[in-house]
Design a binder for this molecule. Structure first.
Ligand SMILES: Cc1cc2nc3c(=O)[nH]c(=O)nc-3n(C[C@H](O)[C@H](O)[C@H](O)COP(=O)(O)OP(=O)(O)OC[C@H]3O[C@@H](n4cnc5c(N)ncnc54)[C@H](O)[C@@H]3O)c2cc1C
Length: 464
């Protein structure tokens, strides 16, 4: 894709945007420019020249068509919780903030489906679904602030992916607007179909580089009636990680298998005042079941496996409230890191399960090599390791070393047959590894982009 010279947003452009979206949905106020200049990635923010809040697909179509003709870059933004700089307006231009397109359009209980606009917040959707005894499972730890559009664009997942899968597994149909002047619907509102190229799935994980998602049909799951949680502590990382492999092979089907090492346990304790045991690592398991008896049996088998696997301390909450405290601790991992250091680099790789222990140990080895602090946690049940580098951008030398450590770990994941990201995406952070991951397929991706976005105005500089 050739380099494109972009135009600045002029006063005529602002008038044109206001005539499309309404003057109150277009801003050039400093406050709006600054709060739309980056996501949660600690890279350099870049100010846009204008922020626009569209309220319908037809507005999005008009804005993209206009911006494409005028060659003004457009960066799409959901909740701005991304961790890779994927909604940083690197070339200025317009930020298309999707937060006003946040309606639930239709809940079809018998079909177990919901139609939503992309700016809807994840937790809000599940709150609205509760009376229907349904839920949308991916459960990212950022669920209080991230949007469905952002989740689809990053193929977000989270605590329950080991059993329920990632966002991709729930996207049935999408409405997408492209800068080439197209407003198209992909997919079908059924659980399986055989109807040609699966272009809806192609949009999942596209990080806003191809088109703007303006509606989504998601499949839902019945809310689990019963759940049990257990926290198991270990005095050795090897024991803890190996135990996860045993649980996966045992035929037990936990809804969550989470891992936190001592660094994280200490940070969370300091931050939350929960005083978690000072052990080498912790595994949290959660089981869901329709039947209470089945659930107790699964839990008891799991406890046996954990004991045999070397767990030195088991905590089995007796009430929902106690269980929730464990999950609160887990959800506190990121804020507790932020409290401990100014600009952590949140790692996100995935490796085949056979390389899980190797992958975790590799993170510690790299921390020693580059003399940086690391804490390892993650959704280890599906091979997803978050090696979090505790650093501060103001210490340039340390920051560079942490970046190198994270880069080496990313290359390692690709080399062993894993992936550069499991759920956070590529953004600007991991763009340089796309060829290591995909080889010449990157060229095909660029041609697809050229077709849907011929003037390269949408999220330029992101992912590709
Ligand atoms: C504390 C914390 C915890 C987190 N935990 C998790 C976790 O457990 N699992 C996980 O997967 N992620 C996690 N994340 C990362 C992030 O929250 C997710 O990737 C989330 O899906 C991003 O959603 P968002 O609405 O904030 O998207 P944004 O950050 O606004 O955007 C993300 C990408 O989506 C694109 N985009 C947004 N809306 C649209 C649209 N309508 N059409 C086309 N493109 C669009 C943007 O251009 C960008 O490329 C975490 C982040 C934080 C800060």
């Amino acid at each position: 894709m050739g380099r494109v010279e972009y135009n600045k947003v002029s006063s005529d452009d602002l008038k044109a945007l206001a005539s499309i979206a309404g003057a109150s949905d277009v801003s050039t106020e400093d406050y709006d420019l600054v709060t739309n200049s980056s996501d949660a990635f600690p890279g350099e923010p870049t100010l846009p020249e204008a922020v626009v809040w569209p309220e319908s697909s037809s507005e999005v179509l008009k804005i993209l068509t206009y911006a494409s003709k005028r060659r003004i870059p457009v960066t799409v933004r959901g909740g701005g919780t991304g961790l890779t700089g994927a909604c940083t307006p690197r070339y200025g231009g317009i930020v298309l903030n999707m937060m006003k397109m946040n309606k639930i359009l239709d809940i079809r209980q018998l079909d177990m489906q919901v139609d939503v606009e992309p700016g809807l917040i994840y937790d809000q959707l599940n709150k609205e679904l509760e009376p229907y005894s349904l839920f949308f499972p991916p459960d990212p730890a950022s669920g209080k602030s991230c949007t469905i559009g952002g989740m689809i664009s990053n193929n977000a997942s989270g605590l329950k992916a080991v059993r329920y899968g990632a966002t991709r597994d729930y996207v049935l149909a999408l409405r997408v607007v492209f800068p080439a002047g197209l407003d198209l619907r992909f997919g079908a509102r059924v659980f399986k179909y055989s109807i040609g190229y699966d272009l809806a799935r192609m949009l999942v994980g596209s990080e806003g580089t191809l088109g703007v998602i303006t509606e989504a049909t998601l499949r839902l799951r019945p809310l689990p009636r019963n759940r049990r949680t257990v926290a198991a502590y270990f005095d050795s990382i090897e024991d803890g990680v190996r135990c996860i492999g045993r649980i996966r092979l045992s035929g037990l089907e936990p809804a969550a298998i989470e891992f936190l090492d001592r660094t994280h346990l200490r940070l969370i304790s300091d931050w939350s005042g929960l005083s978690l045991p000072d052990r080498e690592c912790m595994i949290i398991l959660e089981f869901h079941s329709y039947s209470r008896a089945g659930l107790e049996e699964e839990l008891s088998d799991a406890l046996e496996l954990l004991r045999e696997g070397g767990s030195v301390e088991l905590v089995v909450p007796r009430s929902e409230r106690e269980a929730e405290r464990i999950w609160e601790a887990r959800r506190g991992a990121y804020p507790s890191i932020l409290k401990a250091c100014r600009s952590p680099i949140i790692g996100d790789i995935i490796v085949p399960l056979s390389r899980l222990l190797d992958g975790v140990m590799k993170a510690y080895e790299l921390a020693r090599k580059y003399e940086v602090r690391v804490g390892v946690m993650g959704h280890l049940g599906d091979g997803n390791i978050h090696a979090n580098w505790l650093t501060d951008r103001r210490n340039r030398d340390e920051w560079e070393r942490a970046l190198r450590a994270n880069a080496d770990l990313t290359r390692y994941a690709i080399e062993v047959g894993g992936a550069l990201s499991a759920e956070h995406g590529v953004g600007v952070e991991k763009k340089e590894f796309m060829r290591d991951q995909h080889g010449e397929v990157v060229d095909l991706m660029m041609r697809l982009k050229e077709f849907f976005d011929p003037n390269n105005i949408l999220n330029p500089g992101i992912m590709l």
